[in-house]
Design a protein around this ligand. Structure first.
Ligand code: 48F
Length: 262
């Protein structure tokens, strides 16, 4: 049978529009497709929540692809081994409490398992603003990243969510948007983004977990964005904290949301 370009086009447009329409209203909208956002999305999707993830870049995976300084191996500590096991990612012991994993294998597996669990990912889309009602974040304002990069004057579209998760890493992009809208109102000691401190792997890994929480009504932070928001240090290419933080934010949201909403 001859292949028809117009049918190919119709199939893509039709399926994409249905996928987007299905995610105009969400339980949770995650911004950022790095390790923390993906692990959060995996757990939320697996629990039957309506969850969507928006990633600015074409490739999902954030900062995990390049390991440390493009040496494409990452390190995880003992505490993160159960998560690695759950995803079926095998780690090699380097010495006690230090395990290594091929970074490409690790992140591609996280992406694949998250999507298989039911997480809907939109890549090439940037969260450029938030929806707010009565001092609460209620959704995201979105545009094609290509529009942002080309600096075209194109109005965005919006999706609603009961909860938004900022998983944008060092950028802390969503929290920054809220800070600009309502200065001084974040649930941080200063009411503002505290800012990321210099590298201290040990402290950063435990603080990432402590800093994974609600920062403004309706808005949670996970991963490096949590440390940047609450003034924790960066940790370098050790990723256990990112994975555990994604799991923690998902569990917090699952406790709040009703068990079944799909
Ligand atoms: O930076 P990233 O991997 O965040 P993470 O999950 O993990 C941090 C580690 O990679 C590393 C580290 C641990 O050793 O310190 O840095 O906290 O992924 C963040 C993703 O968010 C996307 C960005 O392209 C990246 O893939 N992102 C950032 N701003 C936006 C966005 C935005 N406004 N809209 C959509 N995506």
């Amino acid at each position: 049978m001859e292949l028809d370009e117009v049918i190919i086009t119709k199939a893509i447009v039709d399926r994409f529009c249905k996928k987007l329409t299905a995610h105009l209203e969400n339980d949770i909208a995650i911004v950022g497709g790095g390790p923390s956002g993906l692990v959060a999305g995996y757990h939320l999707a697996r629990a039957g929540k309506k969850v969507v993830l928006f990633e600015r870049k074409l490739s999902v995976g954030g900062g995990m692809w390049g390991g440390g300084m493009l040496f494409n191996e990452i390190v995880v500590q003992e505490a993160a081994l159960p998560i690695m096991n759950e995803f079926g990612i095998s780690c090699r012991e380097f010495q006690k409490n230090y395990y290594t994993v091929d970074s490409v294998g690790a992140i591609s597996t996280l992406i694949s398992k998250a999507v298989q669990a039911g997480l809907t990912v939109f890549n090439g889309i940037t969260a450029e603003d938030v929806l707010m009602r009565k001092s609460r974040v209620t959704g995201l304002v979105l545009n094609w990243s290509a529009v942002e990069i080309a600096r075209l004057h194109v109005d965005p579209l919006a999706v609603r969510a009961h909860y938004v998760v900022d998983a944008t890493g060092h950028e802390t992009a969503v929290v920054r948007l809220v800070q600009n809208k309502v200065p001084g109102k974040l649930k941080t000691p200063s009411g503002k983004i505290e800012g990321e401190k210099s590298m201290w792997s040990d402290k950063a890994e435990s603080l990432t977990l402590r800093n994974t929480k609600e920062v403004f009504p309706g808005l949670y932070v996970t991963g490096m964005a949590a440390n940047a928001t609450f003034g924790g240090p960066r940790m370098g290419p050790i990723f256990g904290g990112m994975l555990l933080s994604g799991e923690k934010v998902a569990n917090m949201l699952l406790r709040i949301l009703s068990p079944k909403s799909r």
